[in-house]
Ligand binder design. Sequence first.
Ligand code: PLP
Length: 471
Amino acid sequence: MRYLSTRGHPDRRRFCEILLEGLAPDGGLYLPERYPQVDAATLAKWRGLPYADLVFEVLSLYIDDIPPADLKAICAKTYTAEVFGTPEIVPLRELEDGVYLEALSNGPTLAFKDMAMQLLGNLFEYELARRGEELNILGATSGDTGSAAEYAMRGKKGVRVFMTSPDGRMSPFQQAQMFSLQDANIHNIAIAGVFDDCQDIVKAVSNDLNFKRKYRIGTVNSINWARLLAQVVYYFAGYFQATADNEKQVSFAVPSGNFGNVCAGHVARSMGLPIRTLVVATNENDVLDEFFRTGVYRVRSAADTHETSSPSMDISKASNFERFVFDLVGRDAAKARGLFEGELGRNGRFDLSADPAFAQASERFGFASSRSTHADRLATIRDTDKRFATLIDTHTADGLKAAREHLAPGIPMIVLETALPIKFAETIVEALGHEPERPARFEGIEALPKRVVKLPAEAEAVKAYIAQHCD
Ligand SMILES: *Cc1c(COP(=O)(O)O)cnc(C)c1O
């Protein structure tokens, strides 16, 4: 299997070459040259496999530069009941007739990003050891990504994490999750500023190519292909749990921000998994809903990006969206480049409404979308608690609302549960008048000693800190 860039760069790379990289050299995103097809016999063979074995089967179709025995060991070590809470790893439960919740958030940080990040941590450690290299991961977070990255990389050989976050602006729980880590290779950096300042610093440091090379700076952002690939697997696992045979179709509703999660669904569907509809659920930051309704993709300004009660979906643009659009326009790299580099670069938007390709988004690729508001979230959380005695988080609430708007008779609808309610306790209290239950391992976490340094919102200060902590 070789990987190409959505913007047409002539190079073809192998999995381990793109594993530690972000964008392709031409600014595009990496995709496999083709999607391996999974036939009925394969689905029959996969149904009933333990999760880690299923991961190995799916990954083996995309990775041919790690010996199978090594890859199998990495999968087995990553997806354990100890780390993910249950032997099923992603257990499915029926909420109401034909509507299911697939639990993706029982990993170490209680959000679905663990599903991919835990694998990434083990792949990084493996590949860095093989090359005899080290990597310093620099990131910016306002919550889920940073903690998932830190819990995945803690104690890993050859990897250090430098995670910037806006000082005082994360929820106390999320802060405690990150800052209580005492591992020597994890560095929390609280920046005197907002999230955008953190992102600007990461960009500035990464753009200093000498510094980047000297200190081997890397990232773990959501455009990483290995992360996306890890997420493909739970679409298969959800499908097998919701159906009794491989003839049946199912649909998925996916709380979406950077389009990584639902793009993994698109990949699973493109491989032949019988998915009818992929429902993209957005909050008030409805960049994606607008596209699927109108064909117009319009990046929002910072002023036009809302702070909502499903904050992990608060995006101004969707960084993985280019992958889907590349497929949508028939894998025409020149066209994708024209849209993302040309039109988006010039006008901050592109318009496919008059392009025959746009109709394919729903007709051929099965996409649908919805938008939710804060009031919708409160209502969905209350209703789910009352009627089903089930507490869901704000992002999952956006997914559930979207799911109900796209139900089809006889087609199971699987809502991906992307976080546990404890992570967004404030809104749960607003909806229900009481705090959500907290898993025992997080009792009293806010009182633990914190490991964090405070730095001004200056790239130079962060560079100096990294340089000091790199030997
Ligand atoms: C990251 C995140 C999302 C959005 O996922 P994307 O892959 O960026 O679309 C949704 N919900 C939660 C809880 C998240 O952490």
